[in-house]
Design a protein around this ligand. Structure first.
Ligand SMILES: Nc1ncnc2c1ncn2[C@@H]1O[C@H](COP(=O)(O)OP(=O)(O)OP(=O)(O)O)[C@@H](O)[C@H]1O
Ligand SMILES: [Mg+2]
Length: 296
């Protein structure tokens, strides 16, 4: 899924004190509950003042985003604007130079006195990874595993849950995805839309608090796109917390609560989904949406 070279590195030396603070914050954090009182507490995901460069080229400049429990956030913008990089920073597939990242009470990275992001220990990062799921453009199923094994292997291996329980959940998820009876098929025997729905089931089998999608339908033709968007729409109706990078503007308008429009590594405009798509305030958002409409 990820090359080790890209994973966030732990900072050594003078940053130790900051790491200690992060670990103490994680260790002393209260157990999570689903009580309504907590729903309005810390956001499920918080990115503050994130800055990220590749080879001295700044691709994320001072990005701040928060996502609350049950909220659906769509991220739109032109190619190269930094949408995937933002997602990859949020999901620890890339490290960032400065800023703060937290999942609820769990602080993953924050700036030290020199303004450089310091990551928490591997243990804390692992705890954070258990809180989110990821669905990529190209499904990324294991080609040599059956559908069931693709879904069940991580819950059994990583979460050490019993096979019977995991298989029962996997069958329920497959039913929800409209894929009952496909348990023993291989990915190559499925359509792209079916593979993507297996990938969504696989992510959900780990019971994540937040699900990230990076252009989940861009490799699919329109009919298969519709199947996958319907599944995501149903998850939104169940109040699954989601962050979705998408080029499907009308889908974003109808399913997301909030949309951010990015350009050149910055958030140009952020607002209620219907407002941003139907009545964008910023000239650059208007230009992007009109280009998009022209292409359809
Ligand atoms: N691993 C990398 N090394 C160097 N530059 C990178 C790397 N990944 C992304 N970039 C650059 O960072 C910028 C943002 O890329 P990113 O993939 O986040 O854009 P995007 O908004 O997701 O685009 P798209 O809509 O085409 O997927 C681009 O200029 C890209 O070339
Ligand atoms: Mg991208």
């Amino acid at each position: 899924m990820n090359s080790p070279a890209n994973t966030p590195r732990q900072v050594k030396g003078p940053a130790r004190a900051a790491i200690g603070n992060l670990e103490r914050a994680a260790a002393s954090s209260p157990a999570q509950t689903d009580s309504p009182a907590q729903e309005n507490a810390a956001p499920l995901l918080s990115l503050e003042h994130i800055r990220k460069s590749f080879d001295d080229v700044c691709v994320l400049q001072d990005i701040s985003v928060q996502v609350s429990k049950g909220e659906v956030l769509a991220v739109i913008g032109p190619s190269g604007s930094g949408k995937s990089t933002l997602l990859r920073c949020a999901t620890l597939l890339e490290s960032f130079e400065s800023g703060r990242l937290s999942y609820g009470d769990l602080v993953i990275a924050e700036d030290n006195a020199q303004g450089q992001a310091v990551y928490a220990s591997k243990h804390v990062q692992k705890q954070a990874r258990a809180r989110f799921g990821l669905v990529f453009q190209n499904f990324n199923l294991f080609p040599h595993f059956t559908v069931m094994r693709n879904i069940a292997s991580a819950p059994m291996r990583v979460q050490r849950r019993p096979k019977e329980e995991v298989h029962e959940q996997a069958r329920a998820l497959l039913a929800k995805m409209g894929l009952s009876g496909k348990e023993d098929m291989m990915p190559c025997e499925l359509s792209g839309g079916q593979q993507q729905r297996v990938a969504i089931a696989r992510a959900l089998a780990l019971n994540p608090e937040v699900l990230f999608f990076d252009e989940p339908t861009s490799a699919l033709d329109p009919e298969l796109t519709w199947e996958v968007l319907t599944v995501i729409r149903n998850l939104a109706a169940e109040h699954m917390t989601m962050v979705i990078v998408t080029h499907e503007m009308f889908f974003a308008r109808d399913v997301a609560d909030r949309i951010i429009f990015m350009e050149d590594g910055a958030i140009v405009e952020e607002g209620r989904a219907s407002d941003l798509i139907n009545d964008p305030r910023h000239q650059r958002t208007k230009a992007f949406l009109s280009t998009y409409a022209a292409k359809r």
